[in-house]
Write a protein that binds this ligand. Structure first.
Ligand SMILES: [Zn+2]
Length: 434
């Protein structure tokens, strides 16, 4: 018998109006949950004069104040320690601690209950199934599992759908490649930069051609590279495998995925998340395709520390066409744009001694992508250039998972822009992406 096409055939093909009805119903429920159980949320909504019974339509939802990462940072460290008063369950029901990689300063703590963790696995099961993972797959995870949520849920979801999982945690790159070869792994998950680097190591240092190995699909996360056509192509060529993108976040969940139809964008899992796109200038919610705005997202089923109208700072837009795969969940065009950009900006602006201007130049050196970052050191900090450079490099690596060639420039040497800054230069292809 042929494999079922969808992980959840009912929810994934639900007609639009039914998805919307489901989202509204679930939103009201999670809003009530947060209002009743979290002092933090109740105060936020009381101050805005909004009660759970006021929420009857999507128009009502638009009026609810958003939550930002900085607000979560402010409450943590307080009672109930260490999460603070957005916690909606007794502390003893929390079964796992995670934290964000943190784009500015202190990371944000994220508690989950066992039920939340099962929800994480369920979210990832949609992703993996949509990307062609099946019980016969042998999945290698070349990733150092740690305090961040990255690939933990991917690991357990792969087990849940019946794959065989090989945890490649503390192995080094060469040992990982040898294990893939030895066990004939068929799939793997990682950041695009690392997966490209692995291919390079295999070719240059081990005389192994990664395209001759048995990997036939790769799930990327953590960076937007797999949604950038040129990067995706390089990854696919290097491994002779299909490469799929996924976007998620510690404080949100695994909310989107690319499917095997590779439609040039990612599905939002609308049965489990409500994504609103807000016009940055007018504050209006954008429903039509082709108009970028910032993402405001609600995890409709997450309980310990709810994610209700979270302002993610991601920039996205709806795609115009439905996907050929038949899923009724909407697509966001070209994946998430602007996240790496905003992370770099936040890092540059958090390091003492640096000016506000910076420039990022992406180009190709051999098979690898090189990212040059030019920053300005303030006059009074000129004697600390070395220190500043190493702090900047550390922070960038930690917060964007990418490596940079850093060039320190003098004060006022980089171009200034009055309206929209053109800080990003993409030299990899003739036409700049953004
Ligand atoms: Zn699709």
């Amino acid at each position: 018998m042929a494999d079922p096409m969808y992980w959840n055939p009912v929810l994934e093909t639900l007609p639009r109006e039914k998805i919307r009805r489901l989202q509204l119903k679930k939103f009201r429920k999670i809003f009530q949950w947060a209002y009743d159980r979290s002092k933090f949320h109740r105060k936020l909504y009381d101050d805005a004069g909004i009660k759970p019974d006021d929420i009857r339509s999507f128009e009502d939802i638009c009026r609810i104040p958003t939550v930002e990462k900085s607000m979560m940072r402010d409450i943590q460290g307080k009672d109930p320690f260490p999460y603070g008063d957005a916690l909606c369950v007794p502390l003893e029901e929390v079964t796992i601690f995670r934290q964000t990689s943190g784009t500015t300063g202190q990371p944000v703590y994220q508690p989950d209950t066992w039920q939340d963790w099962e929800w994480w696995m369920e979210c990832w099961s949609y992703i993996l199934w949509a990307q062609g993972y099946r019980p016969r797959d042998r999945v290698f995870i070349p990733f150092g599992y740690n305090i961040f949520v990255a690939f933990w849920a991917g690991h357990y979801a792969a087990e849940k759908i019946g794959c065989e999982v090989i945890p490649g945690g503390v192995l080094d790159t060469k040992a990982r490649i040898l294990k893939i070869q030895e066990l004939q792994a068929t799939a793997m998950m990682g950041t695009p930069t690392y997966i490209l680097g692995m291919a390079e190591t295999a070719r240059a240092k081990m005389d192994i051609d990664p395209s001759q190995l048995t990997i036939n699909k790769i799930t990327c996360a953590g960076e937007c590279g797999a949604s950038i056509p040129s990067t995706k192509k390089r990854l696919e060529d290097a491994w002779n495998a299909k490469v799929y993108d996924h976007a998620g976040a510690t404080e949100i969940g695994a909310w989107s995925f690319e499917c095997t139809a590779q439609p040039g964008g990612m599905h939002v899992n609308e049965a489990l998340f409500l994504v609103e796109i807000e016009d940055i200038e007018t504050g209006e919610i954008i429903e039509e395709p082709g108009h970028r705005g910032k993402m405001i997202i609600t995890a409709l089923d997450r309980q310990a520390q709810p994610c209700v109208r979270f302002d993610s700072k991601d920039v996205i837009e709806w795609a115009a066409e439905p996907c050929a795969c038949g899923r009724s969940a909407r697509l966001i065009k070209g994946g998430v744009v602007g996240r790496a950009a905003s992370a770099i900006e936040e890092v540059v602006r958090s390091v003492d001694g640096l000016g506000d201007e910076y420039e990022v130049i992406v180009d190709k050196v051999g098979d690898a992508e090189r990212i040059q970052l030019k920053v300005e050191v303030l006059d009074e900090a000129q004697d600390q250039c070395r220190l500043i450079e190493s702090e900047l490099a550390d922070q960038l690596r930690l917060k964007t998972n990418l490596r940079y060639d850093i060039e320190i420039c003098g004060c006022d040497t980089l171009p200034r822009y009055e309206v929209k800054a053109k800080r990003f230069k993409d030299l990899r292809k003739p036409k700049a992406e953004k």
